[in-house]
Design a protein around this ligand. Structure first.
Ligand code: HEC
Ligand code: HEC
Ligand code: HEC
Ligand code: HEC
Ligand code: HEC
Length: 193
């Protein structure tokens, strides 16, 4: 048998093996997509039944009032939440930023005396988190701010709150329905690692 005969008889077998392999791969891919879809539908159904959470005011370490700063004194949100337009997190201001103003603004008020105690001890203020997505969710402020979505759309009327409270449900259905309205991506990997 010459080498050329051998390869010509092997070719049909090779293509059958390839076809079977391909069909198998498609079946596996199909069922992965199917399971993923089913899980997403379950997740959506489960979530529409869950009421919004964390709407109670938390007892923060200092009685900080958004209303006093933003409404009464017209300080813009992004003067304190500086990273909102630049990165994933909006950030909470450092003690230093508070002190820059309060060395001269109402330095004798009791809550400012507590602020200065943190400053002198070189200790950060342990603000309690209000919003907290699960770790498997990918979220970024930057893209939303760049697309012109206002802080209030997702956080409510913070300018009239004292301590911030959560007003939006932050469920998957909430995210996805705005993404659909605004023609933003609803690909699973947009929001999941
Ligand atoms: C599209 C909705 C949306 C918009 C618009 C938005 N946020 Fe957020 N924000 C969120 C979500 C969701 C979280 C929780 C993120 C997490 O847990 O990882 C959050 C968290 C925060 C936090 C907590 C600290 C942090 O960064 O995780 C601050 C402060 C904040 N947002 C301020 C702002 C400000 C100020 C604006 C406007 C400049 C803004 N946000 C716009 C949805 C939004
Ligand atoms: C850009 C300047 C500025 C920054 C930054 C700032 N504040 Fe203020 N703060 C003010 C002004 C103005 C008032 C209103 C003072 C008055 O009543 O006349 C105020 C009032 C207060 C009060 C009420 C004081 C009182 O009279 O009882 C507290 C508490 C306070 N701020 C805490 C903080 C904390 C904590 C931070 C940092 C997270 C901070 N502030 C950052 C300007 C600032
Ligand atoms: C003077 C500084 C300052 C300004 C101005 C300010 N914030 Fe805040 N913000 C804080 C501090 C301090 C906290 C932490 C205490 C709290 O949760 O209320 C906070 C908390 C928040 C949170 C909750 C963060 C979390 O833990 O999930 C949101 C949302 C928020 N701010 C949005 C806004 C928006 C929207 C504006 C403008 C309308 C604004 N902030 C203006 C200082 C500020
Ligand atoms: C009120 C409307 C709205 C809500 C609510 C919202 N988004 Fe978005 N999202 C947008 C818009 C608009 C864009 C920008 C799309 C673009 O830049 O083309 C975006 C973009 C994003 C991006 C970047 C997409 C990319 O292509 O890289 C991520 C990630 C994201 N959103 C996650 C979330 C998550 C997670 C939630 C819920 C916790 C959420 N979003 C809630 C409107 C919204
Ligand atoms: C626009 C953002 C966004 C997109 C797109 C998205 N998700 Fe989610 N998903 C979320 C958020 C936010 C949560 C967390 C909700 C919560 O904590 O209540 C979540 C939760 C989940 C959970 C957990 C549900 C539970 O109850 O434990 C699963 C599973 C899931 N998503 C699957 C998917 C699949 C599959 C897709 C694609 C078909 C998808 N997600 C697309 C934002 C998104």
């Amino acid at each position: 048998m010459s080498p050329s005969d051998e390869s010509s008889s092997a070719r049909p077998r090779l293509s059958i093996a390839l076809t079977l392999g391909l069909v198998g791969l498609l079946l596996v891919m199909g069922s992965v997509v199917f399971v993923f879809r089913a899980r997403a539908q379950e997740a959506l159904a489960a979530q529409s039944a869950v009421p919004s959470r964390a709407t109670d005011t938390l007892e923060q370490p200092i009685a900080f009032s958004h209303r006093v700063h933003t409404t009464a004194n017209a300080i813009p949100c992004q003067l304190c939440h500086t990273y909102a337009r630049r990165g994933p997190v909006a950030g909470i201001p450092s003690v230093q930023r508070c002190v820059q103003c309060h060395l001269t603004i109402t330095p004798d008020a009791p809550e400012i005396a507590r602020l200065m105690a943190f400053w002198e001890a070189r200790e950060p203020i342990a603000w309690l988190r209000v919003h907290d997505l699960p770790d498997y969710v990918r979220f970024t402020h930057k893209r939303h701010v760049a697309a012109g979505v206002a802080c209030e759309t997702c956080h409510g009327d913070v300018a009239r709150m004292d301590a911030a409270v959560q007003t939006a449900p932050l469920t998957m259905g909430w995210c996805v329905s705005c993404h659909q309205e605004r023609s933003a991506s609803i690909d699973c990997l947009t929001c999941h690692y």
